[in-house]
Design a protein around this ligand. Structure first.
Ligand code: HDE
Length: 700
């Protein structure tokens, strides 16, 4: 059940200092002068020219002209929320980080999810990596865990990042395509950059088309360091484990949603929080010593590799709860500035060359995007703990530093901040011993680009593998350069012969014969599959189809059973006009078949007794609704007399029964009671039925 509403946290209180009071009944200029008429410019006669002296018009238009700031060069489209992190235990034996130092300690957070390639106005459900950036407002300063929903990255060195991004962004001559990787330049780059292949397995999997931000894992990607107060260090990989499980959608569904509701993910996040179904994750740590790291097949500095959870388990150390939507998108979600270099004592970096480059990039890009060196003063970015330094002036200075001393050491002002080196809480970098020749190059162990791609593919269920193959076929069929397609097929051969064949054939290519695999394939890592176990269904939406009438009282037992598990039923009717509901009562549909397609919902319910089945069978879009839901693997529940709708939708019930039963296909038929709801819920816990047999026969 949803948590109780949370009291204001320190960051929310801090932001409130900047709320613009809404207590004036009239408009003023920026200077506070009252405006008599905000709709008509000052003219020489009502039909005459506008006068240059109209300072009110000038101010209004000038400000409007400057409303936009540059969007993020990557991760431009995002959605964010406030919340808190709560530690489970005292982790001071391994880290001096205060926010992990006591069981039950709560720290305010602001979390921004994003797509990577698309621009600010692009759609949510594109095939892409998702950003998962968390700002912890701790007592020791801000700590940003700027991660993704995929635990590896395309490249091993920051030097290649501009090339990668130029390759995936719209092509420069015609700016086509938007927010898509299915085009020549991306696959040209990938096919010439084998280190990207492991990540490609992830981006072609259903992880890259998440059902919801609430249903994604998060990863810090790089290896970081924890350091305790005694200066002892442990290597760490950060994980976020979602309470609702990891779920994707069908590719056909994702593409259609881009048109039907480009805001699908941000709306889902917003609504979940507004309705008190607070999204939640657990923070997990993979901890290992330097000696243990040396024992691994991979180099922990290589961001294209994971450490399988079966080798180093993920220890859950706290929970993240998002319980408050932002007040203002621009002020918070757009102006927030994350940086992997925002660390607190107890957390330090590794020498991962991708991380090292990131440590430069974020401030640099924010100087441009947020227009000067004072963006840390923006309300969403400022820490909740005291801060004090001698940095001065610059564009956007909003503070008024007092006194005449802006340097250290100083003897003129005893109140001025001094060096904190000796302070126990001062940040002290881990004194890692370093030596080496100055050179450009890579460690030898960075060279194996295929083993973990193979491990990933081998760890998926059959439907997941099929989706991945189909995604590759889709992407590569959009590549016009045949030699690029061929090069990709050669890489796939080194990952898995079945995968290679499955992709090559639809592209009209042949799989190369020779098997040039790079060593024994690790068996499998079950944690890499998304379809491992049932998960809570809180926040799912079930579409209830109706036409002609809707008898809410008859539907009640089923709807109550769904509601009891946090599932929302949404009524779909032919119009938004009320449907007769017995006696004088009417029930208003939430959506029509026109504006509320199956794409918006997780499951479908038809209770023939509650509605006019004949009228429903006349609605073409109701048939499409069911056919589409079926093709997208969504659970369907029907009261027994509603079964003709399945045949209308082209779903061969008799053959399905003959193949092992409808329930196995997440089609539930029975009396309109709580048992029917329970069967539907049991399927919803598994999210989708990806094994349906007759999907290809359905016309959608
Ligand atoms: Fe980023 N990345 N990145 N990145 N990144 C940015 O910073 C960069 C990388 C990630 O919601 C930019 O403020 C380089 C990995 C997220 O505001 C920029 C490299 C991971 C966000 C930048 C990487 C990320 C960004 C653009 C390779 C997962 C959005 C705007 C060396 C661990 C944060 C900005 C938000 C944003 C640079 C690779 C995550 C340009 C140079 C790996 C979640 O600075």
């Amino acid at each position: 059940m949803p948590d109780a509403p949370q009291p204001l946290n320190r960051k929310i209180e801090d932001l409130a200092r900047n709320h613009l009071p809404r207590n004036l009944t009239h408009i003023t200029t920026q200077q506070g002068t009252g405006v008599e008429d905000d709709a008509n410019s000052l003219k020489a006669g009502v039909r005459g020219p506008t006068l240059l002296e109209d300072f009110i018009l000038r101010e209004k238009i000038t400000h409007f002209d400057h409303e936009r700031i540059p969007e993020r060069v990557v991760h431009a489209r995002g959605a964010a929320a406030h919340g808190y992190f709560e530690a489970y235990d005292d982790l001071s034996p391994i880290t001096a980080a205060h926010f992990l130092g006591e069981a039950g300690r709560r720290t305010p957070v602001f979390v921004r999810f994003s797509t990577v390639a698309g621009s600010r106005g692009s759609a949510d459900t594109v095939r892409d990596v998702r950003g998962f950036a968390v700002k912890f407002y701790t007592e020791q300063g801000n700590f940003d865990l700027v991660g993704n929903n995929i635990p590896v990255f395309f490249i091993q060195d920051a030097m290649k990042f501009p090339d990668l991004v130029h390759a995936v962004k719209p092509e420069p001559h015609n700016e086509i395509p938007q927010a898509q990787s299915a085009h020549d330049t991306f696959w040209d780059f990938v096919s010439l950059t084998p280190e990207s292949l492991h990540m490609i397995m992830w981006t072609m999997s259903d992880r890259a088309i998440p059902r919801s931000y609430r249903m994604m894992e998060g990863f810090g990607v790089h290896t970081f360091r924890l350091v305790n107060a005694q200066g002892q260090t442990t290597l760490v990989k950060f994980h976020w484990k979602p309470q609702l499980g990891v779920h994707g959608m069908a590719w056909d569904e994702a593409q259609k949603l881009n048109g039907k509701d480009p805001d699908f993910h941000r709306r889902d996040l917003w609504e979940a929080i507004e309705t008190g179904q607070f999204p939640e994750w657990e923070l997990g740590l993979q901890l290992l010593t330097e000696a243990e790291a040396e024992e691994l097949d991979i180099d922990v500095l290589d961001p294209t590799k994971i450490i399988p959870e079966e080798l180093v388990p993920v220890t859950r150390v706290g929970r993240l709860v998002l319980d408050r939507n932002p007040e203002n998108f621009f002020a918070e979600t757009e102006q927030v500035a994350f940086h992997p270099g925002h660390v607190v004592p107890g957390i330090d970096f590794s020498n991962d060359p991708l991380l090292q480059g990131r440590l430069f990039s974020y401030t640099d890009t924010q100087l441009l995007r947020l227009g000067g060196p004072n963006f840390a003063q923006l309300p969403i970015n400022r820490p909740v703990c005291p801060f004090h330094h001698h940095q001065r002036d610059g564009l956007g200075q909003h503070q008024i530093p007092l006194g005449k001393v802006a340097y250290a050491p100083s003897s003129l002002d005893t109140g001025a901040p001094a060096h904190l080196g000796a302070l126990p809480d001062g940040y002290r970098s881990f004194p890692e011993p370093l030596s080496g020749h100055k050179l450009r190059g890579k460690p030898e162990r960075f060279a194996d680009h295929y083993s973990q791609a193979r491990l990933f593919y081998a760890s998926l269920t059959l439907p997941e593998q099929r989706h991945l193959r189909d995604a590759l076929v889709f992407e590569l069929s959009h590549v016009t350069a045949v030699h690029v397609r061929e090069r990709m097929v050669q890489h796939l051969q080194r990952i898995d012969a079945g995968l290679c064949n499955g992709v090559a054939r639809p592209l009209g290519l042949l799989c190369p014969d020779e098997d040039c695999g790079t060593g024994p394939s690790p068996a499998s890592s079950p944690a890499l599959s998304m379809n491992q176990q049932p998960f809570p269904v809180v926040g799912r939406k079930v579409a209830v189809l109706a036409a002609g009438r809707f008898d809410a009282a008859l539907a009640q037992p089923v709807l109550d059973a769904l509601k009891a598990r946090g599932v929302r039923s949404v009524l779909i009717g032919p119009t938004l006009g009320g449907l007769p509901s017995g006696g004088a009562a009417q029930t208003r549909p939430d959506f029509t078949y026109e504006n509320g397609p199956s794409l918006f919902f997780d499951a479908v319910l038809v209770l023939a007794e509650t509605t006019d089945l004949d009228a429903l069978r006349q609605i073409g879009r109701a048939k499409t609704f069911i056919a589409e839901a079926y093709a997208h693997g969504k659970p369907i529940a029907l009261s027994t007399s509603a079964t003709p709708l399945l045949e209308d939708a082209g779903i061969p019930l008799i053959q399905i029964e003959a193949q092992g039963g409808a329930d196995r296909e997440a089609i539930h038929i029975g009396a309109a009671d709580a048992t029917l709801a329970d069967r539907l819920l049991a399927s919803l816990e598994w999210h989708r039925c990806w094994t349906r047999a007759f999907v290809d026969r359905i016309a959608i």
